[in-house]
Design a protein around this ligand. Structure first.
Ligand code: ZN
Length: 275
C-alpha cells in the first residue's frame, strides 16, 4: 500500500497583504473560495487565519465562524484554526474561538521567541497550559508548531504533565525570522528528537520552501504550503493562487510514489476526534 501524505494549506497567515501578492485571500468569502480550490487540488487541512476589515490579523470569532460556515457549504476539509493570529491578542482571546467553534485542529506554538527581528512572539507557560487543557476539553488536536529545538523539549514537558496527550502531531516551521533556518540538516535534527509514534509535517519559508518539501516527503513527513509561508511560487515569481502551491505539493507527493491523503485519510492518520 502506498504511503499517504497529508497536505495542509495555510492560505492567509497574519502578515502578507495584497501588496505582497494580490492573489492572497483576506475576507471570509475569499478564504472559503480559496480553501475549496485547494481541497480540490489535494489539501486535506486548512490552517486558518482571519483578517479584520483593514487587512490586519485578528482573532475575531465572528470572522472565524463566517469563514468556517462558508467552507462547510463547499467541502469537508479539516479546519485547523490559528491561536496566534494577532500578537496583541490576550491569552483569553486566543482561545475563545476554540471553545465556541470547536475546530478539529488548532495550532499550539510550543514556546516563545523573537519574531521578525522587531517584536516578541510570546507563548507564556501559563498560556500553554491553559491552551492544552482547552484543546483536551473540546477534543481539538493540537498542531504543535516548532520553530526551534527548545520547543520540542517543551512539548515533552507538557506531555509528561498531561497538558498534551499523545500521539502528538508536530509542524516544523523552518525559515521564520527568529527561528531555525530552512535547511535539510535542521529538519533531520528536529525530526530525530520527536517520539516514534508522533506524526509530523514541515514547511520552509522563502528559498527553503521546495527543498524542505522534498526532504519532508523523502523522510516520511507531511506537508504544509500556502501564502502564509510563501507568497512566491519560485524566485521572483508570485504564486498565482494557493491552489497552485497545493498542486505542486501534490505532484511532488505522487512523484515520490506516495498518495495524496484524502480528508478521511488525514482524520485517521491524525486520530482526530472532533468530526
Ligand atoms: Zn498560522
Amino acid at each position: 500500500m502506498k504511503k499517504k501524505t497529508i497536505i495542509t494549506v495555510a492560505t492567509t497567515g497574519a502578515w502578507p497583504t495584497k501588496e505582497h501578492n494580490p492573489n492572497i485571500p483576506m475576507t471570509p468569502m475569499e478564504i472559503a473560495d480559496d480553501v475549496y480550490k485547494c481541497w480540490k487540488a489535494g489539501a486535506a487541512i486548512a490552517h486558518l487565519h482571519m483578517r479584520d476589515d483593514d487587512g490586519k490579523g485578528t482573532m475575531s470569532v465572528d470572522k472565524f465562524e463566517e469563514t468556517i460556515q462558508l467552507i462547510r457549504e463547499k467541502c469537508d476539509i479539516i479546519i485547523n484554526c490559528t491561536t496566534s493570529g494577532d500578537l496583541k491578542a490576550t491569552n483569553e482571546t486566543r482561545q475563545i474561538h476554540l471553545k465556541k467553534l470547536q475546530p478539529e485542529m488548532a495550532s499550539y506554538d510550543c514556546g516563545s521567541m523573537n519574531w521578525m527581528h522587531n517584536t516578541l512572539f510570546i507563548n507564556h507557560p501559563k498560556f500553554l497550559e491553559e491552551l492544552g487543557q482547552t484543546m483536551q476539553a473540546y477534543n481539538i488536536k493540537p498542531e504543535i508548531e516548532i520553530f526551534d529545538a527548545g520547543m520540542v523539549y517543551n512539548s515533552f514537558h507538557y506531555l509528561k504533565k498531561g497538558t498534551l496527550k499523545g500521539p502528538l502531531h508536530y509542524q516544523f516551521v523552518l525559515g521564520a525570522a527568529g527561528g531555525s533556518a530552512a535547511t535539510v540538516e535542521n529538519l533531520v535534527y528536529l525530526k530525530s528528537l520527536i517520539p516514534e509514534e508522533a506524526t509530523w509535517s514541515a514547511l520552509g519559508i522563502g528559498k527553503g520552501h521546495v527543498p524542505i518539501m522534498l526532504a519532508a516527503v523523502a523522510m516520511g513527513g507531511h506537508l504544509r504550503v500556502g501564502m502564509e509561508d510563501n507568497v512566491y511560487f519560485s524566485p521572483k515569481v508570485l504564486a498565482e493562487s494557493n491552489a497552485q502551491l497545493v498542486t505542486r505539493a501534490a505532484d511532488i507527493v505522487r512523484i515520490a510514489g506516495n498518495e495524496v491523503a484524502t480528508v478521511a485519510d488525514a482524520r485517521e492518520i491524525l486520530t482526530l476526534k472532533n468530526k
